[in-house]
Each structure stands twice: as C-alpha cells, then as structure tokens.
Design a protein around this ligand. Structure first.
Ligand SMILES: [Fe+2]
Length: 244
C-alpha cells in the first residue's frame, strides 16, 4: 500500500491533521509515502505581496519541513519516501536565478541538502513519478472547479495530483480501459491559508491511499476526506482523530 499526500505548505501545516496521518502511517506501515509537491511554502521568497502576520523566516520554514520528513520517516522506518517538486519548491531556484545567480552552483544550496534528504534516505523526484505503467503522480498545474479533469485531459492516463487544493475525480470508461485521475486536497492550516485566498475556491483537505491488491485503478485508489475532527479510512474501518 502507498500513501499520497500533497500541499502541506510548511510552516503553515495543519499540525493536528499531520499527527493523525502519522498515526495512520505507523498503524498501517505503507511501502511508500509520496509527497506530491508544495511541502514547503517558501513564503519568505514568494514573488507575491506578503502579509505581515505570516512568518518570513526561511530557516524556520526549512526546519519545520525537515521535522515533518523526519517524523514520517520515524513513523514507519521501512517506508520509502519520495518528494515530488511543486511550484512552491520552484520558488527556491527561481529566487536564486533572479537575485543571486552566482550562488546557483553551490553544492549545499539545494532543496535536498537543505532538508537533509540524503541522510534520511528520501528521494527527490523532479515533477513526475510513475508508480506503475500508465499510472503517474505529479504536483499538477490545474486549478479551478475541476482540477482532476484538467490533468486527465493533459496526461490521458491514470494519475494523482495536488496543486488544486481540492478533491476532484475524473473517470473515463471504455470496453478496454478504466482510467481515472484523482486530485487530492491540501494539508495546510485552513484558518491561515483560507484567510488569504478566496473561499470561493472551495479548497478541501484530503489524501489518497493506493492498494495494489486490486486490478483496476478505480478500486485501488481510496480518497480520504479530512474534516475538523479527523478522517475515516473506509477500507480499514478506522477513524483517526486530529490531535495536537
Ligand atoms: Fe499548493
């Protein structure tokens, strides 16, 4: 079984929700955890206008993200962790390109090094991770009402993506194929990030689990919707409560 999460947006993560996911991971011991981008917000180097009440300390953002990765690693020691780059991770390289191009070649000035990923045996994936033939995971580019449809129309294969910050499912049936694309929600603190973006976007919190004992993707993928209390895993008949 694999777990797919996305859009944690450190340091604005929903800590009680992350704690509940850590408990679920410790209980179920998945083979892989795939983080589909935007682990770090990189708010301090955002090209957009910044609000004073939000943190502007890159070291703090990186320390929080490193701690989350370490907690995931400690929750299930044999679980392989993959971090796919999202548009917020891109802010790091773009900032260097714009403001300090002479520093780009520095050996330790990479996201992998800044997050101590080699020491934790965590793999960085540039943009697309093929988990099995015809089934990919990516951060995604589609937003709006139907982000899953947007990604499916681009890739035309099975997939899971984040970026849209909301749960959306696009299915396609034919006599030979049974394809599906799943957009998963964010795992950030709603009271912080919703304040700064339109509520009309109807962002939601969710993640996915993939169970390979099934033949078809429609049966393999279970979307786990999260609310203010926690989340229910239907296949395990277990509720995980949000705890501080
Ligand atoms: Fe995001």
């Amino acid at each position: 079984m694999d777990v797919v999460i996305s859009d944690i947006h450190c340091p604005f993560q929903d800590k009680p929700l992350i704690n509940a996911i850590l408990k679920f991971i410790a209980d179920s011991n998945p083979e892989r955890l795939i983080i589909a981008g935007d682990l770090i917000d990189f708010y301090s180097i955002s090209p957009f206008d910044r609000c004073l009440e939000r943190a502007e300390n890159m070291q703090y953002e990186l320390d929080e993200a490193r701690m989350i990765l370490k907690n995931f690693k400690d929750a299930a020691n044999d679980m392989k962790i993959f971090l796919i780059l999202g548009n917020h991770e891109d802010r790091f390289e773009k900032y260097l390109n714009r403001k300090a191009p002479a520093l780009r070649g520095l050996r330790d000035l990479t996201i992998e090094r800044q997050l101590s990923m080699p020491e934790m045996n965590i793999t960085l994936v540039p943009y697309i991770y093929e988990i099995m033939p015809g089934f990919i995971i990516k951060h995604g580019e589609s937003v709006g009402r139907y982000p899953a449809r947007g990604e499916y129309n681009k890739e035309f294969c099975n997939g899971i993506s984040g970026h849209g910050h909301k749960t959306d499912i696009c299915r396609s049936y034919s006599y030979k194929n049974d394809r599906g694309w799943y957009s998963i929600g964010h795992l950030a603190n709603k009271s912080i990030i919703d304040k700064h973006y339109s509520k009309a976007c109807r962002w939601s919190q969710s993640f996915a689990i993939i169970d390979y004992k099934y033949k078809y993707v429609a049966d393999m993928v279970e979307i786990i919707e999260c609310n203010e209390k926690g989340f229910y895993i239907k296949s395990k008949d277990n509720f995980y409560e949000k705890k501080i």
